[in-house]
Ligand binder design. Sequence first.
Ligand code: L34
Length: 293
Amino acid sequence: MQLIDGKALATKMKTKIKEEVDAMKSSGMKVPHLAAVLVGDNPGSQSYVRNKVRYCDDVGFESTLIKKDDSITEGELLAIVQDLNDDPSVDGFIIQLPLPDHIDAEKVNLAIDPKKDVDGFHPMNFGRMTLGLPAYLPATPQGILVMLEEYGIETSGKKCVVVGRSNIVGMPMSILMAQKRKTGNCTVTIVHSRTKDTVSEIRAADIVIAAIGRANYITADMIKEGAVVIDVGINRVDDDSRKRGYRLVGDVDFLGVSEKASYMTPVPGGVGPMTVTSLIMNTIIAAKGQIYN
Ligand code: L34
């Protein structure tokens, strides 16, 4: 099994991105500016947003982190979105998910100016992506495409099974993998909670993309010999032997599956760092006005 080292690739790409930011600066452009809104104290979200801000610092971006308490109202959050839409210094911004239950995430998403929607979650970008038009691609699926390409993994004509159908990973991933594009042209199956025989679907896959959110859900017996396995899950499991009291595990039973897979991504250090990298790449595209003018 060859490891797909998302962390190493993210670090390598960081150098390239920094050079690009330096070039923008020396050509008299302002540096790209990403803003992130973080609501509440979800420890995962705090950690992911911290990684995004750190990546901004490392590549020479300007960044703004807006932190709000769980008690923020929907109206207050919508007002923040409006301010960010209107702020000419901000090239792109994200509202970190999940949001508290009393806020309608769909309503907030719709309020984001598609030009600044570097998450690619607004229906304008999602629709454009689906039609194969220029669009911000959602960061996690985009990061997965970049890893598959970088490792020279053939996707054309392969059977790809996406496990999970969320709006931020499973659904867009399945669309992208089926599209006529360099990394694409797969025959795609989505499996979800109502699928009749999940295990036999997964067992038929050349490429498995696991985005369910259940620790170690995908076990070796479900994997075809030589399959490529991409693990999107990040689950915290209690571990008293760790200083932090927990460790991160994916949706894939890593040790077992590593005996059968040809390639696989680890957790941590796989999809996560490439999600951050893709968001940063989208923000460069936003700053350059390459999709919308
Ligand atoms: N709006 N909400 C919005 N945009 C996104 O793109 C996200 N996502 C997902 C959750 N909510 C979102 C992220 O940012 C998942 N996600 C994300 C980002 C970064 C990492 C993981 C998930 C990441 O950096 N993972 C590290 C470990 C992090 C840790 O130590 O906790 C890794 O090596 O996997």
